[in-house]
Design a protein around this ligand. Structure first.
Ligand code: AMP
Length: 472
């Protein structure tokens, strides 16, 4: 299979470092508030990456950090008058609940920054010892001039004006030097002892300390949305490759496109966000998942209610078919020949895997799924599929659903089915009542008998009919 690597800008063959094992790290959230659906887009995309790699037979270890110490956490806690650690725990818990609700369930380990302080300190000490870092009165900084390849992921040169958006700090050697350790300056409420006095880690160092602890200095895939390429991922490379002397730190850099609203990135700071919780009050998680997967993970998504509505209808189409298949399988066996291999099904399977093999191309994979749905509906209508063929089709749809993380048997479709069944029964009851009024007992009785065969009991009363259904 091939995967786009941001570092080279090319699609490259996936070559794991350790045979059939793939170590993947994705930057986790800063837990100071509820996550929004832009975050969800990125985490759903990587959930499918992990699901597909597993379906391809790899043994996947998916690691995510939780940034539970950060300026934003401290500021918010101060504003609310609460303990920053307690605030971080609260939003971490809510984040994990949100991920569960969205079916994002393939992360093997969530690693809190605050539980890796010794690893962070050790990495900074080694950077200092090797001359890549220096101490000032405000903290410890990485000297970017010592790492010649700085900018190799974002392809930004040293002169790029985008590299220096923050005000110069006179205590630093170079404008672009970034914080490894921030010395405690006041009553921040959260700090640790270190060789440089009390303080807390910078944002970039937590990730490399965590990945080094679990994966060592080199691993397979690093992911995040594309806003993290610079400076965050660039800084990670500088830290880890300087400490270890080994390159590349990561074989493949995967970056997701943004979820946008009217052309702008959904973000806390722009205020154009919808939290995952808000979304799930009105929309089923899989409707959102399908909307996310309808775009390739690298391309932007322009979010709107219309997009969700479209994906709700598409999901319903698959679910209708799955429920028809279910009913057919409960019905009687037919005597159609059962071919060993069904050409249409085999082709769909090959095309689905080809699409996913090509840089996790979920929109193409979904095209295959919807083509298959159309085809199966037609073939079942025409009686061109044996019961064994129908069973195989059902299993294949379940397999595709598993890879994409979509629940094709969700409540929604059962509710729709129930509604339809109730409506049809009410209609039959009315028809029977009219027949009885016209004294057409024979047909009225036949309807009752036939319904009895389906375990539906109709009890005749003088005034009408009472329905007593046993759905088994
Ligand atoms: P943060 O908590 O802001 O560091 O974000 C956590 C992850 O979500 C990072 O990988 C971000 O790049 C990603 N992310 C944030 N906003 C969006 C968005 N609007 N669309 C896609 N991914 C996003």
């Amino acid at each position: 299979m091939i995967v786009s690597n941001t570092m080279t800008g090319e699609k490259e063959a996936l070559r794991p470092l350790h045979g059939g094992r793939i170590n993947i790290f994705v930057c986790g959230p800063t837990v100071y508030d509820d996550a929004h659906i832009g975050h969800a887009r990125t985490y759903i995309a990587f959930d499918v990456v992990a699901r597909y790699l597993k379906a391809r037979g790899y043994s996947v270890f998916y690691l995510q950090n939780i940034t539970d110490v950060d300026d934003k956490i401290i500021e918010r806690a101060k504003k609310l008058g609460v303990d920053p650690a307690a605030l971080a725990r609260r939003f971490e818990r809510r984040y994990l609940e949100d991920m569960k609700a969205l079916g994002v369930e393939n992360v093997n380990l969530y690693a809190r920054a605050t539980e890796h302080i010794p690893e962070i300190i050790s990495q900074i000490e080694r950077l200092m010892a090797k001359g890549f870092a220096y101490e000032t009165e405000s903290g410890v900084y990485f000297d970017e001039s010592k790492f010649e390849e700085f900018g190799k992921l974002s392809h930004k040169s040293m002169e790029d004006p985008d590299r220096h958006r923050i005000e110069p700090d006179p205590t630093k050697r170079n404008r672009g030097d970034f914080t490894l350790w921030k010395k405690r300056s006041g009553e921040e409420g959260i700090s640790w002892q270190s060789p440089w006095g009390e303080g807390r880690p910078g944002w970039h160092i937590e990730d490399t300390a965590i990945t080094e602890a679990y994966f060592g200095p080199q691993y397979d895939i690093h992911g995040g949305a594309l806003d993290l390429i610079f400076p965050h991922h660039e800084a990670e490379i500088a830290q880890m490759e300087s400490v270890s002397g080994k390159a590349p730190m990561v074989r493949c850099w995967m970056h997701t496109g943004f979820l946008n609203v009217k052309g702008e990135k959904m973000s806390k700071s722009l205020g154009n966000f919808i939290t995952i919780r808000e979304l799930l009050k009105t929309w089923e998680p899989d409707v959102f998942r399908l909307a996310v997967l309808s775009a390739h993970y690298r391309t932007p998504i322009d979010f709107s209610e219309g997009v969700l509505d479209q994906s709700r209808r598409s999901l319903e189409r698959i679910r209708q078919l799955v429920s028809t298949i279910d009913q057919r399988l409960k019905g009687e066996a037919d005597d159609l020949p059962a071919p060993k291999e069904d050409e249409g099904l085999e082709r769909a399977r090959t095309e689905f895997f080809e699409a996913m093999d090509d840089d996790f191309n979920t929109p193409n994979a979904l095209r295959v799924v919807f083509g298959l749905v159309r085809d199966l509906n037609r073939r079942m209508d025409e009686g061109d599929l044996s019961i064994e063929g129908i069973r195989a089709a059902g299993e294949m749809l379940a397999e595709f659903g598993e890879v994409l993380g979509l629940d094709l048997y969700a409540e929604g479709s059962r509710e729709e089915d129930d509604k339809l069944r109730d409506g049809l029964l009410a209609l039959l009851q009315e028809v029977r009542q009219r027949l009885r009024e016209k004294r057409e007992w024979e047909l009225a009785d036949e309807i009752r008998e036939r319904l009895l065969d389906l375990d539906i009991v109709l009890e005749d009363k003088n005034q009408g009919t009472n329905r007593d259904r046993d759905r088994g």
